[in-house]
Ligand binder design. Structure first.
Ligand SMILES: Nc1ncnc2c1ncn2[C@@H]1O[C@H](COP(=O)(O)OP(=O)(O)OP(=O)(O)O)[C@@H](O)[C@H]1O
Length: 516
């Protein structure tokens, strides 16, 4: 279907009610979002949230179980990507992508890598080698143009000086830029980048940002970006969509998403009692108020279809290695915890307000404090998950209504913590400090982010070989600290740690399965 020429800010990509199931596992559940033409749209979320699966559906690697993915080309032509094979998505819909793991031809030069990307164009011009063999003008011209285009993108990626070096000789950050340059040589209208900043140092991240901004401003290509590096996401994105357990929990500009309590809880993967600390760090007192009162729909997710589809426990399920269906506990969703906590606070406030002053005090004392996990919430926690004894009253929250939070016995963190610590099982192979004073970079294990690395360090785990040696009881203990639902085994942290320990590694361990 061809319509009028598209203007910037019309959606280039519309994802509607997308679902993807792998046997018993629902990797994406009823997801809807849009990416505007000319924008950089970031798709973020904790490990396993379903980001790469969304990419794989958009680029034709997976056929979605349900839903529609509409790409509108510059000339107005609308294409339903879920119905197209992957090679047609590249050629006809003009969608290019990069992967989590670098996929360059390491023995070829940089220039050759970029010429290979233009293979289809060259083959056409060569009349499938006949005209090329005859040395006809059309082929020579196409060949010259391809070299020019390759040089253009090498310049943009700041790699022209190394055009004749083998791609494998480049540092990691430069290889990432080369991949993007290679994708740009296909003339995409939508460029999908899967964690382009993974493993980059700050200088390399800055160079990447520069390249992406340049693409956005000068090429007319729209960018869809999966990224964990918030310095990249917050600096360059126009629009951020946040996933947790395959569902959209927030959607908006970087500032509103950054301050969304659901995102803070879900994405940072913090414990219940730490949500408030993170909010204080973020410095948004208004958000702290929201958490103590009720959900703020303006900052939070809209009433999108995905949010209306019921709680996580209603729909999200995982299967274990043997294909059995394993439902994820309701409290596994940090974003869901924030919602429930806010609802409880609101309920406590209205209960207390309905009573006289002395009775109100009593009623509030029974009701859950704004952040407390009492009553049914207790049983919501996954087995073995450390539970704070009581939520301390916000230290830095601005004056709160005496009704909303009067009666929570104002336990200090120092009082609350030991109870949680006593309940949590202990790891068997902890160390008081890193050996030789230097901890391994545990974040190289796929599934461990900076927050969880810090937690593991706090619990005496500093080295790959410690994780490699974990037994069942240690896994249970670690999952209690990290509030994970079986992910340690599923993501094979022990196997990854073994490999990394052997390598003394500086690069992430290879990930299992899928197109990453
Ligand atoms: N081919 C597949 N077969 C079975 N399960 C899969 C497959 N691909 C992905 N999954 C599962 O779907 C869920 C979402 O995975 P996905 O890789 O999309 O998450 P992600 O957000 O990209 O995570 P990460 O940030 O770690 O890359 C995970 O539970 C994953 O194990």
């Amino acid at each position: 279907m061809v319509e009028a020429q598209q203007s910037m800010k019309d959606p280039i990509l519309k994802v509607e009610h997308l679902s993807m199931k792998f046997g018993g596992l629902i990797a994406i559940g009823d997801l809807s979002f849009e990416a505007k033409r000319g924008d950089i749209t970031a798709l973020i979320g904790p490990n396993g949230a379903g980001k790469t699966t969304v990419f794989n559906c958009i680029t034709g690697f997976y056929k979605p179980s349900e839903g529609m993915i509409t790409l509108t080309r510059q000339n107005g032509e609308q294409l339903l990507l879920e119905r197209m094979p992957d090679f047609r998505i590249t050629a006809k819909a003009k969608v290019a992508r990069t992967f989590q793991n670098i996929r360059l031809f390491s023995g070829m030069t940089l220039l050759e890598n970029l010429l290979v990307a233009q293979h289809n164009k060259l083959m056409l011009a060569s009349g499938f080698t006949v005209l090329g063999l005859l040395g006809l003008g059309t082929y020579r011209q196409a060949s010259d143009e391809s070299v020019e285009l390759a040089k253009f993108w090498l310049e943009k990626a700041n790699l022209i000086d190394r055009a004749d070096d083998p791609a494998g000789d480049l540092p990691y950050g430069a290889q990432r830029r080369l991949e993007i340059a290679r994708a740009m040589c296909t003339g995409p209208e939508l460029l999908c980048l899967d964690e382009p900043a993974a493993g980059l140092n700050p200088r390399e991240s800055a160079a990447l940002n520069e390249l992406l901004i340049d693409i956005k401003e000068h090429s007319g290509t729209s960018i869809l970006l999966i990224e964990h590096d918030m310095s990249v996401v917050m600096q360059i994105s126009d629009h951020v969509v946040v996933l947790e357990y395959g569902r959209k929990i927030s959607d908006g500009d970087p500032t509103s998403v950054k301050n969304d309590p659901r995102v803070i809880a879900a994405y940072l993967g913090v414990d219940d009692e730490e949500v408030e600390e993170v909010l204080v760090e973020v410095g948004d007192e208004q958000v702290i108020e929201q958490l103590d009162a009720e959900p703020d729909r303006a900052h939070g997710p809209g009433d999108s279809s995905s949010m209306m589809a019921g709680s996580v426990s209603d729909t999200i399920a995982h299967s274990d290695d043997y294909g059995e269906r394993v439902t994820v506990s309701r409290s596994a969703s940090k974003a869901d915890q924030v919602d429930r906590r806010a609802a409880r606070a609101s309920e406590a406030a209205s209960q207390a307000a309905a009573k006289t002053a002395p009775t109100a005090k009593k009623a509030s004392a029974k009701a859950s404090p704004a952040y407390g996990l009492t009553g049914t919430a207790k049983s919501d926690r996954p087995a073995g998950m450390a539970k704070p004894a009581a939520r301390p009253v916000a230290k830095s929250a601005p004056a709160k209504s005496a009704v909303a939070k009067p009666a929570a016995p104002a336990k200090s963190k120092a009082e609350a913590k030991p109870v949680a610590a006593k309940k949590a099982p202990a790891l068997s192979n902890t160390l008081a400090a890193p050996r030789g004073g230097k901890a391994d970079r545990l974040i190289l294990i796929k599934g461990i982010g900076p927050v969880n690395e810090k937690k593991l360090n706090e619990h005496g785990i500093f080295h790959f070989d410690q994780i490699a040696a974990w037994k069942k009881a240690d896994i249970a203990a670690a999952e209690a600290y990290l509030a994970f639902d079986g992910r340690i085994e599923r993501e094979d942290w022990m196997g990854q740690a073994k490999v990394l320990a052997k390598q003394g590694a500086t690069k992430p361990a290879a990930k299992r399965g899928g197109s990453k």
